[in-house]
Design a protein around this ligand. Sequence first.
Ligand SMILES: [Zn+2]
Length: 134
Amino acid sequence: MNRFRQSFSRFMYGRYGMDQLSRLLSYVVLALIILTFFLKNSLLYTVALLGLVLIYFRMFSRNISRRSAENEKYMRFHYKCMGRFNKVRARIKDSKTHRIFKCPSCGQKIRVPKGKGRISIKCPKCRIEFIKKT
Ligand SMILES: [Zn+2]
C-alpha cells in the first residue's frame, strides 16, 4: 500500500491534481451515472463518460497554469451564484417578518414589519401617507 502511494505521488509530481472544478464535475458525473440507471439513456451515459475523461485529463494535466485559470474562472462564477442565492434566501426569510409596499405616488419601496394590522405608512421620499394592512 505504501509503495503504491509512493509511486502514485511520483506519478502525480508536476501534475495538476484535484481542484474545486473537478470536484464539481465528479458530482455531476456521479449524478449522471445514477440517472442512467433509471433512464437508460445512452446520451446521458456518453456525457457522463466524457465528464469522467475530462476530470482525469485535468487531474493528470501538466499545464498547471491553464488548469488553475479554468478553476479560477469557475470559482468566480460560483461566488457570483452563491451571492445571488444568499440574496434570494435573505429576501425569503425577510418576507416572513416584513412586507414591502410601494408608495402610490412616487413608487418608492417601503419595508414595514408584518402583523401590525392596518397602519398608516409615511413615504420617506415624498412624505405622502397611505393606509395598508400588514
Ligand atoms: Zn412616495
